[in-house]
Design a protein around this ligand. Structure first.
Ligand SMILES: Cc1cc2nc3c(=O)[nH]c(=O)nc-3n(C[C@H](O)[C@H](O)[C@H](O)COP(=O)(O)OP(=O)(O)OC[C@H]3O[C@@H](n4cnc5c(N)ncnc54)[C@H](O)[C@@H]3O)c2cc1C
Length: 397
């Protein structure tokens, strides 16, 4: 039977960060991934300053910065008037050594880390290995993993479930995943067409408020991504059609028949697991919480979860299992998830979407007031860059 100090289930951004951090601390780690490679879909694209600080401690920030696009500024734009409110992270240069966001596809980062893990003497990477079920006792956890040809068992002291929103581990734990699912769907299309040639004063990250059709325009090295809401009554076939694509681009830049590289429909949820620690099994990232993508917090907060957790696991492997450390992990990360991530993402969506009669103009005017006031702008930047959420979590005992 294969064995290690820790098994990480899922080689997404959260699982790969967890595994590399643990391996670098000298623990033996197995990471198993159901897919034949890291998932290639286009989801997270923004790395916030504190996440870059963590990746820097792992020695991978430089590669991500070299590959990605540096975005010191981001914009809120009112679509009808084209008024732009700019926020500039260089205003908080005293609070972080990375006063910018990096725009980089999440699968690029996960792939870079998986490669490092494959080369690391403390790590074993198992692609095409899907965790199926597990049993835990006082000393550890035995996980049954399905490979293309067999079921294998892996024995470890601890398991990190970084297996995403549909986590099989969370389901086996019976952990309630309460919250709600937005009725509308989200449609994400991507193009290599240079949108800056069509829209004035566009930066790499643009949140565009509109009572009729809000949207998010994000640049990653490979493409521009456009995220729009779509009626729940619309069929997926219609949403993925050329007709829908032409409508989006003609309203945006007065041009149709634009070549696209991805067209993906997402259901979006706001959900948090009722507990993140279950004996020797821990939920982290999307297996523990889901939120809408407005603000770019999902992957980043998942990485912050495992950054917190890996330190506690290393301490427990060294000094003996201490349940109180993992209760603290749950308190610190679940509190921040509820008080900041869930609340802020819901607010961020409201800012963009509400109709003209629901205070659209007032909300935008509030944002202008925040940007114009030094103190309010600084608080806003510290909050939206996620720096504040980490100091809030650290203060929880
Ligand atoms: C449109 C969109 C845009 C987004 N933009 C951002 C953004 O800009 N910034 C941000 O921070 N977040 C963003 N997010 C959220 C972000 O994509 C997720 O929060 C992030 O992917 C979570 O990472 P994870 O590693 O926890 O889970 P996943 O990325 O879902 O990875 C889970 C991995 O586990 C594997 N797996 C699943 N089950 C098993 C099993 N039983 N055994 C083994 N392996 C298994 C899967 O194959 C997968 O590789 C966005 C999401 C969407 C939908």
């Amino acid at each position: 039977m294969l064995s290690a100090d820790v098994l990480v289930v899922g080689a997404g951004p959260v699982g790969t960060v967890a595994a590399l951090a643990l391996a670098q601390q000298g623990l033996s780690v197995i990471i198993c991934e159901a897919g034949a490679d890291c998932a290639q879909d286009l989801r997270a694209s923004t790395f916030h300053p504190p996440t870059l600080e963590m990746l820097d401690e792992l020695g991978v920030a430089d590669d991500i910065i070299d590959y990605g696009l540096k975005a010191p500024t981001y914009h809120f734009r009112e679509r009808q008037s084209q008024q732009v409110i700019e926020f500039d992270l260089t205003d908080i240069s005293d609070a972080t050594r990375f006063p910018f966001r990096i725009q980089c596809e999440q699968h690029v980062m996960a792939g870079m880390l998986a490669k490092r893990l494959e080369e690391h003497p403390n790590a074993t990477v198992l692609f095409s290995h899907r965790a199926n079920s597990f049993e835990q006792d006082e000393l550890g956890v035995t996980v049954a993993v399905e490979t293309p040809l067999s079921i294998e068992k892996i024995r470890t002291q601890y398991v990190i479930a970084a297996d995403g929103g549909n986590s099989i581990i969370r389901k086996w734990l019976g952990a309630e995943f309460s919250g709600f699912t937005y009725p509308e769907k989200f449609l994400c299309v991507s193009t290599k067409l240079e949108l800056k040639d069509y829209i004035d004063n566009l930066c790499f990250v643009n949140y565009i408020a509109d009572p009729e059709e809000w949207l998010v325009l994000l640049r990653v090295p490979s493409v521009w991504r456009i995220l729009v809401p779509a009626a729940e009554t619309e069929s997926d076939e219609k949403l993925l059609s050329d007709e829908t694509r032409d409508g989006i681009f003609s309203r945006l830049i007065g041009k149709s028949d634009v070549e696209t590289y991805h067209r993906t429909i997402y259901r979006v949820h706001q959900r948090v697991a009722q507990k993140f620690n279950h004996g020797r099994v821990f939920l982290a990232g999307d297996s523990a919480h889901l939120n809408n993508p407005l603000g770019g917090f999902g992957m980043n907060s998942g990485i912050h979860d495992v950054w917190n957790l890996q330190q506690k696991i290393a301490q427990s492997v060294g000094d003996g299992h201490d349940e109180r450390l993992f209760d603290l992990y749950d308190r610190q990360r679940r509190t921040v998830t509820h008080d900041f991530i869930q609340r802020q993402t819901i607010q961020n969506k409201e800012l963009l979407e509400h109709g003209a009669d629901e205070g659209h103009a007032r909300r935008f005017a509030n944002m202008q007031a925040i940007a114009a006031d030094d103190g309010q702008r600084r608080s806003f930047l510290l909050r939206q860059s996620m720096l504040e959420s980490l100091s809030d979590a650290a203060a929880i005992e």
